[in-house]
Design a protein around this ligand. Structure first.
Ligand SMILES: Nc1nc2c(ncn2[C@@H]2O[C@H](COP(=O)(O)O[C@H]3[C@@H](O)[C@H](n4cnc5c(=O)[nH]c(N)nc54)O[C@@H]3COP(=O)(O)O)[C@@H](O)[C@H]2O)c(=O)[nH]1
Length: 862
């Protein structure tokens, strides 16, 4: 049995309660009058004793009907109903039919209606009361038979009154249900997001919900009962509606776009039997947002497709097991496959097995999410069998619920690789000959040593230096020298195997690395062959040259176990070969004389002295003998190799001369000295001249004047403040070209001095040919004056003749007051020596300049 909400029942009963007038009218209509009420009150106490048997019979009757038995429920429910029935019978004849009585009747009727008791059973029940109460009344009124009929009529009236009230509850409850259902469906329709419109055949809108009005852009609350055209402006939709209304059965769909604001409606129209009439049902759905979203998606997909297809890098989607799923044009261009061919391939098909061994775990790492991405440079194998350098970056792609896949970005880096190779080639090869340079040679030696160590064999280094190459350079010029070097390189390359390395270390130095040497003597054979092929005449600029060379050989492992040692020892052996007569080869020997090795060590260190900042300048004052003023400083070079003792110039200058290192070193000296002079001047110190020594090789170096002028310009040093010292010997070697060189320097305003004057073989008169400004009397003539009469006479003569030629004179190596006094007596202009000052560093010399006078000069002057 359904559950009844009593509160709900009371509420409904209150709403159904007839007005008092209505009740009065009902009573009148049923002709219920005071006499009836009096009769019922009379019989009321009599009925009470017999009522139980009436109720018993009544329920027996009900339970005989299966449909009612189901409604009445179990025994407990029936007992409760019997109790209620007894109360009803009590009220029925009580003669009081006021408001409370009516409310009870309505309540009972409503409960019965709610539990689904059809009116037919209800009416049957009233019939049963009247049928059972008739004989009972006759019996009870047997003493007053004249009252039986009026009493039964009164009972009949009041039962009809009850029946009317009960049926009212059915009618009203049914009506309320219908109303509720109507409201319910109207609420559903009006709150539906879809638009709903029902149109009658006469084009009247029967129903339209708010959503539909909104979709159609109709302002305000337009109710139904108007022609659909007043609501629908779109011609396409109107056309479909008209079509739907014309046909008896119709079903159609149309999507229309409405302007301002732009929206899209998907409309379904169907002829439907509604309320017994064929009407047209229009249901509309606003698909603007999904359409826009679809359009945006299409747009973004199109953009993605365009970007993917036209990307300047290769792009691809790859399955988790490496199959190409989607590839762009650039990737196809890179590898040369068609799209169809690529989609049949796997990542592993484009790489070597060695590369795949590295790539496969990386790919798995990206798929598993252990790696965010992997990026590697490798070679892709193209369709035509060639390969191309690419950089491949793989990252995971997890779009929604789709199977995870990978995105591959493939950049063609072949140009960069080629550029890198070229750079590497430039960095590792000699520009002139194309041979390996020192860096690559050291690398190859390292590799050869590793191999030799594994296979227990030897390697040999042949250090080769052309004999008298400098002469070729000096006499035929640099271009010819370069051609000789190139030809030597070519011949060396031809003389050895492909596995051997030929390198040029610079200048005329070459090294041949013989890797995998079965026997040491083969190195000697190779050296002989090389000497022979190089000695073959070569035609350079119309000159037939046959450059002899010297070769030093070192053997791994006995002469060294690393590249640098082997190279150093081959160099030492070459030097030995040269010193033993040139044009031959020499094996390295650990007992090679220590001075040779020392010299080699110095030479090798000196090559890096400038870049390692190991060179220093000292400055020795030159004093005017008359005044004791410092008028100049001679610049003297020192070399202080890291963690070694100071090396004096008479030790390293000859090596620098011989190796040509004097040229860059000399420029460094000049530049540093000029900068220092400018710095002193800027610090407000008194003006002095600087005297810088020029070595023989420097002096002969083409472009000396250009270099000097460049340094003066770069440093801001005035030419007149610079004095260049050239030894007498250098001048006399090639007097004509020396005169020209000196002239060019003199024309620039630079002062020139003859150093070590007196030690060579020049005559003073010969010096007239040179545009010089000063003579420096060698300290060997100063040392014994004033006591040695010859030296004193020479010094006096030099001063006198120099003055007669307009030259000033500087005496070197002045160590004593006596020497100083004597020279002053000779009217020698300037002097320099330990008597005045040792060579000093820049800071010490600056404080001396600040004081104005040197101690010795002061003593001398005193
Ligand atoms: N080409 C270049 N040659 C240079 C440069 N710097 C120096 N040299 C030459 O090296 C030679 C040795 O020089 P150094 O050891 O510096 O000796 C000089 C003085 O220290 C030394 N001297 C100075 N006064 C005295 C003294 O009273 N007694 C004494 N016994 N020696 C003294 O004489 C050297 C200077 O000689 P000189 O140049 O002839 O004036 C030397 O030949 C330098 O020229 C350089 O940068 N480039």
């Amino acid at each position: 049995m359904m559950a009844i909400n009593l509160f709900d029942i009371d509420q409904a009963t209150r709403n159904m309660m007839p007005a008092p007038d209505d009740l009065r009218q009902r009573m009148q209509y049923l002709e219920i009058g005071p006499a009836d009420l009096a009769l019922l009150r009379q019989i009321h106490p009599l009925l009470r004793s017999r009522m139980q048997s009436v109720i018993e019979g009544f329920y027996q009757h009900l339970l005989n009907v299966p449909a009612l038995r189901q409604l009445l429920g179990d025994d407990r429910a029936i007992t409760r109903l019997r109790h209620l029935q007894s109360a009803y019978f009590h009220e029925l004849t009580a003669g009081d039919y006021g408001e409370e009585y009516v409310r009870n009747r309505l309540r009972v009727g409503l409960v019965h209606q709610r539990i689904g008791l059809a009116p037919v059973w209800y009416i049957g029940a009233y019939r049963k009361y009247l049928a059972d109460l008739g004989p009972l009344l006759r019996d009870l009124l047997r003493d007053r038979p004249q009252d039986f009929l009026p009493t039964y009529a009164a009972l009949f009236k009041i039962v009809n009154f009850d029946m009317g009230l009960a049926l009212d509850t059915y009618i009203q409850a049914g009506r309320q249900e219908l109303l509720g259902l109507k409201n319910y469906s109207e609420q559903i329709i009006s709150s539906m997001p879809s638009g709903v419109m029902v149109i009658d055949d006469d084009e009247t809108v029967r129903t339209v919900n708010q959503s539909m009005l909104l979709m159609l852009g109709v302002q305000g609350d337009r109710s139904a009962q108007i022609c659909y055209r007043e609501l629908v402006a779109d011609p396409t939709l109107r056309q479909h509606i008209a079509e739907g209304l014309r046909q008896r059965t119709y079903r159609g769909k149309v999507t229309v776009g409405l302007p301002e604001p732009l929206r899209h409606l998907r409309c379904c129209l169907s002829r439907t039997l509604l309320d017994n009439q064929h009407r047209l049902l229009l249901i509309a759905e606003d698909i603007t947002e999904p359409m826009q979203a679809r359009a945006e998606l299409r747009d973004s997909e199109a953009r993605f497709r365009a970007a993917f297809g036209q990307a300047a890098v290769g792009l691809a989607q790859v399955s988790c097991d490496g199959n190409w799923l989607r590839v762009n044009r650039k990737l196809l261009d890179i590898v040369g496959y068609s799209e169809a061919e690529m989609l049949q391939l796997n990542l592993s098909d484009l790489v070597t097995p060695e590369d795949w061994e590295i790539d496969a775990p990386l790919m798995r790492g990206v798929v598993a999410g252990d790696l965010q991405s992997s990026s590697r440079e490798k070679r892709y194998l193209c369709k035509d069998g060639s390969d191309v350098w690419v950089k491949v970056t793989l990252s995971a792609m997890r779009p929604g619920a789709d199977q995870p896949s990978l995105v591959a970005v493939i950049e063609d880096i072949s140009q960069r690789k080629q550029f890198e190779d070229e750079l590497m080639h430039v960095a590792s090869h000699d520009a002139l000959t194309g041979l390996a340079n020192r860096m690559l040679l050291l690398d190859h030696i390292g590799q050869a040593i590793a191999q030799a160590r594994r296979h227990q064999h030897h390697i040999a280094l042949l250090f080769l230096d052309l004999d008298r190459f400098k002469t070729i350079n000096d006499s035929l010029g640099h271009d010819a020298g370069d051609r000789v070097i190139v030809e030597v390189g070519r011949r060396l390359r031809q003389a050895v195997r492909a596995v051997d390395t030929v390198a040029r270390l610079g200048g005329d130095e070459f090294v041949v690395l013989l890797a995998d040497l079965p026997q040491e003597r083969i190195a000697a054979t190779m050296a002989q062959q090389i000497l022979a092929v190089l000695f073959e005449p070569m035609l350079i600029h119309g000159h037939e040259l046959a450059p002899a060379s010297s070769i030093g050989i070192s053997i791994y492992p006995k002469d060294g176990e690393d590249a640098k040692t082997l190279l150093k020892n081959a160099d030492a052996a070459m030097y030995q070969a040269k010193s033993m007569g040139r044009g031959d080869y020499q094996f390295y020997n650990s007992e090679m004389n220590a001075s040779t090795l020392h010299r080699l060590t110095l030479e090798s260190g000196l090559r890096h002295a400038v870049e390692r900042d190991e060179l220093q300048l000292t400055y020795q004052p030159q004093v005017e003998l008359v005044s004791g003023r410092i008028v100049g400083v001679e610049v003297l070079l020192r070399w202080h190799p890291e963690q070694q003792r100071l090396v004096m110039p008479d030790v390293f200058i000859p090596i620098a001369e011989e190796t040509g290192l004097i040229v860059p070193i000399g420029e460094w000296v000049l530049r540093t000295a000029c900068s220092q002079l400018v710095a002193w001047r800027q610090a407000g110190l008194p003006d002095v001249r600087i005297a810088v020594n020029l070595s023989a090789r420097q002096f002969r170096q083409p472009g000396l004047d250009d270099m000097v002028s460049r340094v003066l310009a770069d440093t801001g040093c005035h030419a007149g403040c610079l004095e260049l010292e050239i030894t007498e010997t250098v001048l006399m070697e090639r007097p004509d070209s020396a005169a020209q060189a000196l002239q060019r320097l003199s024309d620039m305003g630079v002062r020139l001095a003859i150093d070590d004057f007196g030690t060579g073989y020049s005559s003073l008169s010969y010096l007239k040919r040179f545009p010089i400004h000063a003579l420096k009397i060698d300290r060997s003539f100063v040392r014994d004056i004033p006591y040695d009469a010859d030296d004193a006479a020479i010094a006096g003569a030099v001063v006198a003749v120099a003055h007669s030629m307009g030259l000033s004179v500087v005496a070197e190596g002045v160590e004593t007051l006596a020497q100083c006094e004597f020279l002053r007596g000779l009217h020698c202009d300037h002097a320099q020596g330990y008597y005045f000052s040792q060579p000093l560093n820049a800071a010490a010399l600056a404080s001396l300049l600040r004081d104005g006078l040197v101690t010795g000069a002061q003593i001398g002057a005193a």
